[in-house]
Design a protein around this ligand. Structure first.
Ligand code: NI
Length: 370
């Protein structure tokens, strides 16, 4: 039931002069817009977007329902941009979906400071396009992690550090500018049957991964989340209960994402700054809610289709054969029988390293892409 179709096949992207304008078409059985982009390492391409041609895998598990809502309109023009990036931004242009508290969190400051610095009369009323001054002394310093009041485990473990902050921006499916690096991602955990095996293999191979966790599972499995964090892995938001968010009201999407980020923060002390929509299903509302909560959409460009249980060899081959510089590779540590994924992981790592790839977390990949 965790079918990861669609977005992995939609690698079309176009980035214009560093601004966040992207267009792409997803060639899936149910065409839908997908404006995820590859972060370019060279000046913006001027070629038109190209559509993916990989045949759509036939799901062997029940479909989550009708395909992603095709009526999701184009995302609003993204106007936000960060200026003066040499020593950290000094101003920020408000985007659609922003709130002052989200902006404050993103730049490691407070609503009070932003309100004062910008002489804002009502913190609840900022407009798109409004240029906010940022306190320069904290512009590049992430907010300190909030203490975890309900976490009984590992009080002496270090705060969630070691992961670079992921700046806001358009969705990412690959980071070509990251050089010979790729990111392994594991969705739908934490899971009592498989996550520990994945963690053990990653530890034995000295590899860091990124886990897109389901909020309601994370909320009752804080110990496993803490272990992920302490082992140096990155943790992202994969919604509260793996709903297809394009079918929910904006208020419900907000609830799905916020409850999950709250649960992750309570356990790990760090709010996630990346989000992966279940099934890759996105629309403008989903993107705006995620952005408002300080999260960037992370899709993928290599889908191992491990949920369909094609065999460990096939999973490994798909990952290794399709990996390119900056690839984001989709696998699962929950949501169904993942024995094949567990069995494949060692081969995946061996194959990718044999091709010269360093395996890093998604935040590290994004940072490496500059
Ligand atoms: Ni999933």
């Amino acid at each position: 039931m965790h079918i990861s179709r669609g977005a992995g096949l939609a690698i079309a992207g176009l980035v214009v002069a560093g601004a966040a304008t992207a267009t792409g078409i997803a060639l899936t059985r149910t065409p839908r817009r997908d404006d995820s982009v590859e972060v370019p390492d060279t000046p913006a391409p001027t070629a038109p977007p190209t559509a993916g041609t990989t045949p759509l895998p036939v799901p062997s598990e029940p479909s989550p329902g009708p395909a992603p809502d095709p009526q999701s309109g184009p995302a609003p023009a993204t106007t936000g941009e960060i200026t003066a990036a040499v020593v950290g931004p000094t101003t920020y242009t408000v985007r659609s979906g922003d709130t002052l508290s989200a902006i404050a969190r993103r730049f490691g400051t407070t609503v009070a400071k932003l309100t004062e610095l910008n002489q804002i009369a009502d913190p609840n009323r900022i407009r798109v396009g409004q240029v906010l001054k940022l306190p320069t002394s904290v512009a590049t310093t992430p907010a300190p992690p909030t203490p975890a009041p309900t976490t009984p485990t590992t009080p002496t473990s270090p705060p969630a550090s070691g992961q670079p902050r992921v700046p806001s921006g358009p969705a990412i499916s690959r980071v070509p500018g990251a050089g010979k690096r790729v990111a392994l991602t594991f969705d739908d955990g934490p899971n009592g049957a498989y996550t520990d095996s994945i963690l053990a293999t990653l530890k034995r191979r000295h590899v860091k991964g990124t886990f897109y966790v389901i909020g309601q599972q994370a909320a009752r499995d804080g110990a496993r989340l803490t272990r992920m964090r302490d082992a140096g892995h990155a943790i992202g938001n994969h919604s509260w209960d793996h709903s297809q968010l394009t079918k929910l009201s904006r208020a419900d999407v907000q609830s799905q994402l916020k409850r999950t980020s709250d649960a992750i923060e309570r356990t790990t002390g760090k709010r996630p700054d990346t989000f992966r929509p279940p099934y890759g299903a996105r629309n403008a509302a989903v993107d705006e809610v995620a952005r408002g909560l300080g999260m960037r959409d992370i899709i993928w460009d290599v889908d191992t289709v491990d949920w369909s249980r094609p065999g460990a060899d096939a999973i490994a081959r798909t990952a290794v054969d399709n990996a390119r510089n900056g690839s984001i590779i989709l696998m699962h540590d929950g949501g169904g029988n993942r024995e094949q994924t567990v069995a494949a992981l060692d081969r995946v790592i061996t194959g990718l390293q044999a091709k010269g790839f360093e395996l890093v977390t998604v935040p590290q990949l994004v940072a490496a892409g500059g």
